[in-house]
Design a protein around this ligand. Structure first.
Ligand code: SAM
Length: 240
């Protein structure tokens, strides 16, 4: 399937190099993913093409007007409509997986003080990149596009690369090493050099459990007997 994203934004050019570089650039150039940018300002109907106005009730900043955003949402291709807002549900790998089941996603990026509240009635979902505030939704939209695109084979030639990654199954990834064997006195764990693939798999699983229990215990769910055993064993050793 060709994955399609339509991004509604006031700053379409922010995405230029994002869509030209690296793996996303290649997938776009090959037509494996299609990313369309729509300038919300094109849907402003007044002579000044205004997209924002001052808030009712007073207060700092400007609010994005409902008419242009809702019209842009209406004219976007059929697909799941996602409002990008710090007040949405926290975006995680699981959200990426859920959203990836939709062939077409429409991502609406806010600016200024955010969206007029009534716009929320015209979307299917609201997502936040995290508990911090950006100037606009464009950086969040890039994170969403990239995290979803790399789940399929449209972007990663070998989707196995994503299988053992952090969060893919509720665990952080194991430690990775490449050449040189010794860097400033720090050596690669011996087990990775021996070519015993079963032992390497076991070590990596243990490291994933250990790392997650130390850094992100909130991610660790119910462990199988084997994982509990592996973790106990690993806790007795030192994490690289
Ligand atoms: N006044 C808004 C509030 O307090 O919720 C924040 C508006 S923010 C300056 C402008 C736009 O940036 C938002 O409408 C949203 O599209 C985007 N944005 C900012 N932080 C974000 C985050 N953590 N996740 C997703 N989008 C964010």
């Amino acid at each position: 399937m060709t994955r399609r994203f339509t991004i509604l934004t006031l700053f379409p050019s922010i995405f230029d190099s994002f869509l030209e570089c690296s793996l996303i650039g290649k997938a776009v150039a090959a037509g494996r993913i299609v990313v369309e940018r729509t300038d919300i300002r094109n849907f402003a109907s007044d002579p000044h093409r205004s997209v924002d106005d001052s808030p009712y009730g007073g207060g700092a900043g400007m609010v994005m007007k409902p008419e242009p955003v809702v019209e842009a949402l209406r004219q976007a291709p059929d697909g799941l409509r996602v409002l990008i807002t710090p007040q949405g549900e926290r975006y995680t790998q699981e959200t990426a997986l859920e959203l990836s089941r939709h062939e077409t996603l429409v991502l609406a990026c806010g600016r200024y003080e955010g969206f007029d509240e009534r716009i929320r009635d015209f979307v299917d979902r609201e997502v936040s990149l995290g508990d911090f505030v950006l100037h606009g939704g464009e950086v969040a939209a890039m994170a969403i596009v990239e995290s979803i695109a790399r789940l399929g084979k449209e972007v990663l030639g070998n989707p196995d690369s994503a299988i053992e990654e952090s969060f893919s199954d509720g665990l952080l990834e194991y430690p990775q090493y490449t050449r040189p064997h010794t860097f400033e006195g720090r050596s690669v764990p011996e087990i990775l050099l021996g070519g015993n693939h079963q032992a390497i798999r076991r070590w990596r699983r243990a490291q994933r459990l250990l790392r997650t229990s130390r850094r992100r215990p909130d991610l660790l769910g119910e462990l199988t007997e084997e994982d509990r055993h592996l973790l106990q064993e690993a806790l007795g050793q030192e994490e690289p």
